[in-house]
Design a protein around this ligand. Sequence first.
Ligand code: FES
Ligand SMILES: [Fe+2]
Length: 424
Amino acid sequence: MRITREMNERLTRVGEGTPMGEVFRRYWIPALLSSEIAEPDGPPARVRLLGEDLVAFRDSAGDVGLLGAHCPHRRAPLFFGRNEECGLRCVYHGWKFDVHGNCLDAPSEPPGSQFRFRVGALSYPTHEAGGLVWAYLGPIDRMPQPPDHELVRVPAGHLGVSRSNEPCNYLQAIEGGIDTAHSSFAHNNDLGNTGHLRALDTHPRLEVDTAAHGFTYGSLRQVGQGRVYLRTYQFVMPFMQIRGGLITWQGEPAAYPVIHGHIWVPMDDENTAVYNFAYSADPAQPMAGEWWADHEREMGRAPEDYEPGTHWLIRNPDNDFLIDRHVQRTRTFTGIAGVNTQDYALQTGMGRIVDRSQEALGSTDLAISTARRLLLEATDEVERGGAPRGAAPATHRAIRGGDLLMSAGSDWRETSKDVREARF
Ligand code: FES
Ligand SMILES: [Fe+2]
């Protein structure tokens, strides 16, 4: 499917009233990490979501509010507000709002005035699960049940969640995340190692099955001795990927098998909040002590990789991601440190919004064109007044991704059935 400029516009604009913006407003979507507003009555957090400026806070009872960033009185920033006694109080004239946006107090008005009952702050419903604060920004009468990905049922001791912002449109970030082929190249961080499963076959064959949640795909690499290296990915509408980390790149069982993935949430047309997660594949095996910290370091998200106090990475387009040409010649394919930093360099370097009318898609791009098709179908469905694919939790409840070695000639759908089933 060739993407015209018009289709590209339709796919990439996320604001209210745009076709895709309206699709995203039919799902529960992550707005921020729970840890960004860890404490009741703690500091509020700025949220930029689908082109809207919002502020999140946790009130005295522990409930989370997600309000418009600006006070309804004269538009002062609620971010500077006092978070106290079950509400966020604007520090300009003292008006106070609860998590639902109700004005609890307007002390600049005369005592006994009914005025406060007529003003309210913009507020969106929230739901906390899986270390994330989810929000619903759409019409209330179309609100689906809360999300029920396996991720949200995993206990804290089995789960790692992080966030990093990426300065480009959400779709090119997703397209990297469902593109197994690039891992043979961009993520080859050990040039001398020819036994690496992804180096043994650099042209995986992809098979894509659309499903109620989005799609499942199998990527098959012929790795010799009659063996096939299978990776199955789930694309969960509208912007989530789940995959398995059950075996190592050498084909050994992973010491600590995990399920991995990302959720790419548009902050606006040109910036994306990337939520990264991993959890124990086996419910009997909680996450080992240092595992998550080590994993984050390898991905390029150690604490010192961030601009202090932000979710922006120090390696960024302005400094060419600190590419080291000597390392590129001698050790790694890209010369850029951090697996996901490598992704960011390639995805953001396409421009904030890549012009897809200029592409030449090849055989390994089948999952990418399927994702585009499903997203475009969702815009049509929402315009017709229907519900988009994958919004109902029953569609995504039971799935996970998986990877394994199988013998050539086996049916990958059958062989991977067990590893693609949720266990939490
Ligand atoms: S602007 Fe917030 S109370 Fe006046
Ligand atoms: Fe990647």
